[in-house]
Design a binder for this molecule. Structure first.
Ligand code: IPM
Ligand code: MG
Length: 366
């Protein structure tokens, strides 16, 4: 079966890193003997300034069109001439919500030869997965202003948790943890991160769902719980403690930036916005931004985008519901691991190689 990909290079350095990911796709497709097709879409800051609607960077019809693909590869969004929030809400969050990509999977893995700011920690210590709920919580956009612009101004922004939303995310996380255990990875432990001592409604809903689902359906998975503030301490002090972490949207946003830093930074961190349901379309992206000041200089690290491609291949299902490209994804991940020791650093302009050369190194390692 042909892998049919939508590629959204986006803004700034997005196109440069996406190009390297597509180059690696060509190499792995050849090596593994599968066919693929890509269709490129130029949604992002430039197009929006030319022809966009005020709050809409991508329309419902354009999003609907993306449903026809097996998966989406996104470069980066963020444009220096576009007010913060427009592209984030009008493209990235809109796509996540519209395509119901309710899982944000963000592995935190320190690859060989990569520097971590954590003293005395190595690849065997920093190796866990964060599963962030991706459609609810403070991200729903519920709230508003009263008496805006006056001295009596009131602003509200509501945290929304639904049993349905928490449950589908928790079930995915339990399954993920169980599959890792079955593959001889991880220790069969799922950590829920929340703030149940203060968020006594949303936190309570999540905690009860966690306990009930775990007890009824996953008795062999050890359940662990951290408050978000404590998790920030332990991510730094004892990352080796974690196996699989499940967390609501806002706390997940914050803690995965911390996770990205301990695995070497934005040059390497990748994530998947996943709709795991039958017929769902998922979108994979480097976690970092569009780095406008480096645009066109061929200095930015493409490994995060190539890592996003690896995840795409590992977790995309074919029409028969099979993970047909899993071995290809594993090979790309291994090629990344073979490449990191060769780089001087993961930072832009400090790799010892250009963006394109790093892409070439990965292809050679394949
Ligand atoms: C992320 C980003 C986004 C988020 C922004 C750009 C809206 O920080 O993917 O983590 O908050 O989810
Ligand atoms: Mg974030």
């Amino acid at each position: 079966m042909t892998l049919n990909l939508a590629v959204l290079p986006g803004d700034g350095t997005g196109p440069e890193v996406t190009r390297e990911a597509v180059k690696v796709l060509a190499a792995i497709a050849k090596a593994e003997g599968f066919e693929y097709k890509t269709a490129e879409f130029d949604y992002g800051g430039d197009r929006w300034m030319r022809e966009g609607e005020p709050d809409e960077v991508i329309s419902d019809a354009q999003l609907d069109e993306l449903r026809a693909f097996d998966a989406i590869l996104l470069g980066a969004i963020g444009h220096p001439d576009v007010k913060p929030g427009i592209l984030e809400k009008g493209l990235l969050l809109r796509a996540r919500f519209f395509l119901d990509q309710y899982i944000n999977l963000r592995p935190v893995k320190l690859y060989p030869g990569v520097d971590t700011p954590l003293k005395d920690k190595g690849p065997e210590d920093i190796n866990f997965d964060v599963i962030r709920e991706n459609t609810e919580d403070l991200y729903c956009g519920c709230g508003g202003f009263l008496r805006k612009g006056t001295q009596q101004e009131v602003a509200t922004q509501e945290m929304i948790a639904t049993r349905f939303g928490a449950e589908r995310c928790l079930r995915y996380a339990f399954e993920y943890c169980k599959a890792k255990q079955a593959a001889g990875q991880g220790k069969g432990m799922l950590t829920l991160v929340h703030k149940t001592n203060v968020l006594t409604y949303c936190g309570d809903l999540w905690f009860r769902a966690f306990e009930e689902i775990g007890e009824a359906d996953y008795p062999d998975i050890k359940r662990d719980y951290n408050h978000i503030d404590a998790a920030c301490m332990w991510f730094v002090k004892n990352p080796e403690f974690y196996d699989t972490v499940v967390v609501p949207n806002m706390f997940g946003d914050i803690i995965t930036d911390l996770g990205a830093m301990i695995q070497g930074g934005m040059g390497i961190a990748a994530g998947g916005n996943i709709n795991p349901d039958a017929g769902g379309v998922s979108m994979y992206e480097p976690i970092g931004g569009s780095a406008p000041k480096y645009t066109g200089q061929d200095v930015i690290n493409p490994l995060a985008a190539i890592g996003a491609l690896a995840m795409l291949l590992q977790t995309t299902r074919d029409n028969a519901g099979q993970f047909a490209w899993k071995s290809a994804g594993d090979r790309v991940e291994n090629a990344i691991k073979a490449t990191t020791p060769k780089l001087e650093s993961l930072g832009a302009g400090r790799m010892g190689y250009s963006t394109t050369q790093v892409g070439d190194l990965v292809c050679e390692a394949l």
